[in-house]
Ligand binder design. Structure first.
Ligand code: SAM
Length: 295
């Protein structure tokens, strides 16, 4: 599991493994959305193998994995090349997923295709929703719409792989708008785990999503999300997310001011701010300049 090729840090892998081993009761389904070569899938399978409350039956595949399985950027090609496959943009990486996951595929119902076109099985409640597919606002809303009405209070968790990641601030914005239905219970590496605390109807979802992405609301949701950060590192990253949103809304000066104050605040956090945080800081400063130059 630790050496399985994946776009995951060890802390993320630990979250998936632990959720499947210690949280999963076997009563509901596990969604693994955005599997790429199966890194999250492998961690979930290993966790289930160690789960003392769960007995595996091959006829009832506990994990449903969603992915388009199409190479659409260079990093995908690099991962494939490390596994001995030369793939071009547009090629399928499904054969590589099949080869790497091997016999462990018996735990998984693989749903290949665009998640924007997928449906969930209406009678199956979801115990673990692993979301590594919230790339941009449309996919984030779609994943929530598709899966959240099938969560059960105090029985279901959502793991957002990109929550602590400055390029996807819409995830924190959306989860804040949905805060009457969730409580954040853990953060590790780029992931955050949310426990569902209340049933979410499709109408609730529609209302919350409209609220989340209303232009005036996103920044204030981002600030509330930041106030709930469980570490200085998460606070730092969510602040960078807020900076991106402000710059995208046209407030370049406001974005620059927040970036400056973050730099002075973070000078006291030398133990928590890693080279990766510094890389994200520089990337966000470049992003603001890019937007400014384009205007
Ligand atoms: C960051 S990668 C996932 C990394 C993976 N979880 C791992 O453990 O290495 C995001 C995945 O989402 C998939 N994806 C992106 N947009 C999609 C869409 N509209 N429908 C289905 N899959 C999509 C991509 O094919 C990619 O495999």
């Amino acid at each position: 599991m630790t050496s399985y090729p994946a776009m995951l840090a060890p802390g993320d892998k630990a979250v998936y493994f632990t959720a499947a081993r210690d949280f999963y009761s076997g009563q509901g389904a596990i969604v693994d959305a955005g599997v790429f070569l199966g890194g999250t899938t492998k961690c979930l399978v290993e966790g289930l193998r160690g789960n003392k409350n769960f007995e595996f039956r091959e006829s009832e595949k506990p994990i449903t994995a969603f992915d388009a399985f199409k190479v659409y950027s260079e990093p995908y090609q690099k991962y494939a090349a490390k596994c001995g496959e030369q793939l071009e943009i547009g090629d399928s990486f499904r054969p590589l997923f099949d080869r790497l996951l091997g016999a462990d595929q018996k735990w998984v119902d693989v749903r290949e295709g665009d998640i924007l076109q997928e449906q969930w099985r209406p009678d199956d409640f979801i115990e673990i929703a692993e979301l590594d597919i919230c790339k941009g606002v449309d996919l984030t809303k779609r994943a929530a719409d598709l899966f959240f009405p099938h969560l059960r209070p105090y029985k279901s968790i959502v793991i957002h792989q990109d929550y602590v990641f400055p390029r996807q601030p819409q995830i924190a914005v959306m989860m804040e708008a949905l805060s009457p239905f969730f409580v954040k219970i853990a953060e590790a590496a780029s992931s955050a785990v949310f426990l569902c605390t209340k049933n979410i109807s499709s109408q609730d979802m529609e209302k919350a999503l409209a609220d989340a992405f209303a232009p005036d609301n996103a920044i204030s949701h981002m600030r509330s999300a930041r106030a709930k950060a469980m570490s200085a590192g998460c606070y730092f990253i969510l602040t960078l997310g807020a900076v991106r949103l402000l710059a995208e809304s046209g407030d370049i000066r406001g974005a620059g001011n927040i970036l400056d104050s973050l730099q002075s605040e973070a000078s006291d956090w030398s133990l928590d701010i890693t080279p990766l945080h510094k890389k994200y800081f520089a990337e966000t400063a470049d992003y603001i300049r890019l937007i400014e130059d384009a205007d």
